[in-house]
Design a protein around this ligand. Structure first.
Ligand code: ADP
Length: 515
């Protein structure tokens, strides 16, 4: 009888689940979406109950495809940085405040000004940012005193799901670390961070390993979900960490690159690594396995902006976005866009700048440049910025990189993939399957159930869809362009602050200092 583990990935726009066998084959897939509420400026919330219903639905949908005994475990992935406030009866006082919510910007600035702030990163591994639950809790304390007074517990969306399923408040140490309040040496809540938040550890969940498991779901729920009494629930990890596991980027020579709406670069390390300038994150995945990386705002959303606002606004408004003609035309332009540069910071930037005031610009425009040059410069600018993030990871600790395993909407474009291979001077591998976090969760489940002992061997299961190798002529040209791109970043740094301070910007609309 074939045995499966069901990997569940609780994402920002939907929950996805895959039924996987030990060799990585996906037998079934289910997905259930839910809305993001953005009623107020900076708000990005979700309904926790809708997410719980989505989780139950995808489980039931997949379990119906096999017999209950075939599913030996469920294992969970979720987006990082979410916050749900519960009252003393463990009832929600807020919706799920997601990573994309910006309302803690002032709290994050307040945090940066505290004397303890500098060493906080060195203990928790998370750069100070409005997305972190730590900043969000401070925001609630400072600006919503009534709510804060009633708050008994602060949890994330995965903790909420486990609370509904088992009545227990537990959190895996990856998700706990993404709150900005976990001490990485002790893998326990950090007292100084809690002091800054103004809460106690009793208000947070019990921190457990990512392989921690529970059984004994209430019978009525278990039958409704079509699971056996022996089926284990593995707490799992975060989507970013599990994506590295899912694509086999676990050695120090492989990097996982994602470019969707935003983007990130992540690599594994046997030891925790903390950047002296607090520019990278560091999350525990397993004993002696850490995921370090840098998240960027400037991902696919920048190309989308260029297409909708500059390249084809009318087509976009009437027919939607089809990037194919634009990318085909941009492919005809020389590497380096004939001296045109684009700094992609439309919404400030996280890694590597960590500057909420950064803004975008074209540099080097001349009469010879066309819209197609601009399109290519946009792709190159997003990619140069990611190269700067990669440099932070390569020195952490010094290593040589063999390949980059990439995923996300950008991978539809062979031009963009080739530009990345040339700018990074490194092979870019695109896996066949895009559900890397679901598979990563399932693989962690097999490991937790002692059915896999060597996770590094998972790399052999990766099925490569496409491979891009660097074009040496372009590598040379981009090496020079990258130097100028870095110089521009240096030169513009002080000007971003001046720009933000100037009255040119409408602060209500633009939300200065919130990236
Ligand atoms: P999400 O982060 O929502 O999962 P996706 O991974 O679907 O996003 O990526 C969306 C981004 O992918 C878009 O903003 C766009 O820049 C890029 N993209 C989508 N289709 C293409 C395409 N055919 N060629 C290049 N880029 C694309």
């Amino acid at each position: 009888m074939q045995k499966y583990i069901l990997g569940v990935d609780i994402g920002t726009t939907s929950t996805k689940a895959g039924l996987f066998s030990l060799d990585g084959d996906m037998f079934g897939f289910a997905q259930q979406g839910y809305p993001l509420f953005q009623d107020l400026n900076g708000m990005a919330e979700q309904d926790s109950e809708q997410i719980y219903a989505a989780v139950l639905q995808v489980i039931a949908e997949l379990s119906a495809q096999v017999s209950p005994e075939q599913i030996i475990a469920l294992s969970f992935s979720s987006a990082m940085h979410s916050l749900i406030v519960l009252d003393q009866h463990q009832q929600p006082l807020t919706r799920c405040i997601t990573w994309a919510d910006n309302r803690a910007a002032a709290a994050s600035q307040w945090l940066a000004a505290q004397p303890e702030a500098e060493e906080l990163y060195q203990r928790t591994g998370v750069p100070n940012h409005p997305m972190t639950p730590l900043a969000k809790i401070i925001w609630l304390r400072q600006e919503q005193a009534e709510l804060f007074a009633q708050a008994a517990y602060f949890i994330s969306i995965k903790e909420y799901i486990f609370l509904q399923l088992f009545g227990e408040l537990i959190v895996d140490y990856s998700i706990a670390a993404s709150s900005g309040m976990l001490n990485l040496d002790q893998l326990a809540w950090d007292q100084a961070a809690l002091n800054l938040a103004g809460i106690s550890s009793k208000q947070l969940s019990q921190v457990v390993a990512t392989t921690y498991q529970l059984t004994g779901l209430a019978e009525s729920l278990r039958l409704k979900l079509g699971l056996s009494a022996e089926c284990r629930f593995i707490v799992g990890s975060s989507d970013g960490c599990l994506a590295n596991l899912g694509i086999g980027a676990l050695d120090e020579h492989s990097v996982a690159l994602t470019i969707g709406t935003s983007g990130a670069l992540r690599r594994a390390s046997k030891t925790a690594y903390l950047d002296p300038a607090a520019r990278t994150f560091c999350y525990p995945l397993l004993d002696n396995l850490w995921i370090i990386g840098g998240p960027v705002n400037s991902g696919g959303i920048v190309l989308q902006w260029f297409y909708e606002q500059i390249y084809a606004p009318q087509t976009s408004a009437t027919l939607g976005n089809d990037y194919t003609p634009m990318l085909a035309a941009a492919a005809q332009i020389n590497a380096g866009s004939d001296g045109l540069f684009f700094l992609p910071y439309l919404a400030g930037e996280r890694a590597p700048l960590w500057d909420a005031n950064a803004r975008g610009s074209f540099f080097g425009l001349s009469h010879q440049h066309t819209k197609e040059h601009m399109a290519r410069a946009v792709l190159e600018g997003i990619s140069f910025n990611l190269r700067a993030v990669l440099e932070l990871l390569e020195i952490a600790p010094a290593t040589s990189l063999n390949n980059i395993i990439a995923s996300g909407g950008f991978a539809h474009s062979s031009l963009w993939c080739q530009i990345l291979a040339d700018i990074f001077n490194c092979e870019i591998l695109i896996p066949e399957s895009v559900e890397s976090s679901c598979w990563g969760a399932a693989l962690l489940g097999f490991y937790a159930c002692d059915m896999v002992t060597n996770l590094s061997a998972s790399k052999n299961l990766l099925k490569i869809g496409q491979l891009y190798t660097p074009n040496l002529a372009n590598v040379k040209r981009y090496a020079q362009s990258y130097q100028l791109f870095s110089d521009l970043n240096q030169q513009l740094k002080p000007l971003y602050l001046k720009l933000a301070q100037s009255r040119i910007i409408n602060t209500d609309k633009e939300q200065i200092c919130q990236s």
